[in-house]
Design a binder for this molecule. Structure first.
Ligand code: PHE
Length: 501
């Protein structure tokens, strides 16, 4: 059966023909995966987004969205990356800049990105096409969607390798590898592990497979349940680790002081860029992950309140991780600037020597793997949604394709820690290059464009309607920040790093 339907948008009075054979088929997929079936109606003007639903389904509630978006935000970025980059960039002043970036750039852009997704209810590429069209703007905005999809692949390629480390460490913890070990033993354990391409490849493959399996089932079924339990547990465990860190003796003098007393002489322009890039990375911004999750968000949910909660939780988790790790770093005579291995060289010392360390160690790494999983699925979801919507694939096929590409790309990171550790591009290993390119360039550029689009391109009528702020003042503040403050801040950081400022 082939049925055609006319869809009218506010600006064009001409009809867009939609081939709904594919849609009907997809409606089946989404019903299979627990989503909702779609209603086809004549859609007109501003009301368009009120009745429109994503063909992939919708979150069952505001709480489900909060869990999923928090799941996306909280991940390796908070527990693995934040401590090591804070360590490499001198601590306090870096942390302060990061917090400022979350507040002035991250939170407003997160609201904008969620809003764009919810307004269009499609994958990021088509979101940009539809919304640019609605605003009478240039078609080229869809390149923003493309950049996001590509950034997602690139990030996931190394994210999966590091998540693989966490998986391997779960097994090591289980077999008691840390028991009674001192800093030197833990370090040689780590060096031996990352020196082995085969081991890294094995765990990377396993993690990619798990990601693909979850995404194939649809992000809003199994995931909702898993995250509901995992997020609170991770939180409790971090607090427990902070408790252990307090007993190390170096808690206030060095650990806390390192993180919270700013010494600006230690902060470089490059450090500021890394802090800003991390604000994007940790909140999953600038590449469409939050946009696609926003596209599954029910209409009656307050975007602003929800975003505060998500960003707040994300920040607290990162700070807790830092507070747990640095006292151990100093108490064990380690360097804060050892790089990506930091948590793998510090926390096992704690687990190996504290009472109940076996149990907590296993639990911690299991949870880290799950936190990584709930982020990795959001990295690949924009691409999968696009393949399903546009290339007529089933979710399963879309997952296989995008998973295979990411897995292959991930090999660059695998080898950059061993066989190719001498291969340098712009003075960086392939892993460092991928990280720099995505977190410090692509995400901030993506976020900058999102801010400009929401602040300058979309009409005020549309953003007011979609943001649906509790009062007029909050809306005005948001609009001011998204138009002037966030884009200017990103721009200045870039000027600074290329030496213009
Ligand atoms: N925010 C995730 C983390 O901190 C990583 C991520 C980045 C996820 C970009 C999605 C998009 O681990």
């Amino acid at each position: 059966m082939r049925v055609r339907i006319f869809k009218l948008t506010e600006r064009n009075n001409f009809a867009i023909l939609l081939d709904i054979t594919a849609l009907v088929r997809k409606a089946h997929h989404s019903r299979d995966s627990g989503g909702e079936s779609i209603t086809l109606e004549f859609l007109l003007g501003t009301q368009m987004t009120d009745i429109k639903k994503s063909i992939h389904g919708e979150w069952s509630s505001r709480f489900a969205f909060i869990l999923a978006a928090t799941g996306s935000a909280v991940g390796l970025g908070n527990i693995w990356k934040f401590p090591y980059i804070a360590g490499e960039n001198g601590g306090g002043a870096f942390v302060l800049v990061y917090l400022l970036c979350v507040l002035l750039i991250g939170i407003p852009i997160m609201m904008a990105e969620t809003m764009l997704g919810r307004r269009s209810r499609q994958n990021p590429i088509d979101t940009m096409i539809t919304l640019a069209d609605e605003a009478g703007a240039d078609k080229n905005w869809h390149y923003l969607g493309w950049m996001g999809v590509i950034a997602g692949f690139l990030i996931l390629s190394y994210y999966s390798v590091i998540a693989g480390w966490a998986s391997a460490y779960t097994v090591k913890a289980f077999f008691g590898s840390f028991s009674g070990a001192d800093a030197t033993e833990i370090k040689s354990l780590f060096d031996g592990f990352v020196g082995s391409p085969l081991q890294l490849m094995f765990w990377h493959s396993l993690f990619m497979l798990a990601t693909m399996l979850i995404v194939a089932r649809g992000v809003n079924t199994g995931l909702e349940k898993a995250v509901r339990f995992l997020m609170p547990s991770l939180f409790v465990l971090l607090i427990l680790l902070v408790g252990y860190a307090m007993t190390t003796g170096d808690y206030y003098d060095q650990g806390i002081a390192f993180l919270f007393s700013p010494d600006f002489s230690k902060l470089t322009g490059e450090g500021v860029l890394i802090a800003m890039g991390h604000a994007f990375f940790t909140l999953s911004l600038g590449m469409g992950a939050i946009m696609i999750y926003g596209s599954y968000l029910p209409k009656d949910v307050s975007i602003a309140k929800t975003v505060y909660l998500i960003a707040g939780t994300d920040t607290v988790v990162a700070l807790l991780a830092g507070i747990a790790i640095f006292p151990i770093v100093f108490a064990s005579g380690l360097e804060p600037a050892v790089g990506p291995g930091l948590i793998f060289q510090t926390l096992p010392i704690a687990f190996g020597n504290m009472t109940g360390g076996w149990f907590f160690g296993v639990l911690f790494f299991v949870m880290l793997v799950f936190a990584a999983l709930s982020s990795s699925i959001s990295l690949i979801e924009p691409a999968v949604a696009w393949l399903v919507e546009k290339k007529d694939m089933s979710r399963k096929q879309a997952c296989i394709w995008s998973g295979a590409v990411t897995w292959l790309l991930g090999l660059a990171t695998v080898f950059s820690f061993n066989a190719w550790s001498n291969v340098k591009v712009f003075d960086r290993t392939l892993f460092q290059l991928l990280d720099y390119l995505t977190a410090n360039l692509m995400l901030p550029i993506g976020g900058f464009c999102i801010a400009v689009f929401a602040g300058w391109i979309m009409t005020q009528q549309h953003t007011t309607h979609e943001m649906d702020m509790p009062d007029a003042l909050s809306y005005k503040v948001w609009r001011f920040v998204i138009r002037y403050v966030s884009p200017t801040a990103v721009f200045l950081v870039f000027l600074n790093v290329i030496g213009v400022l």
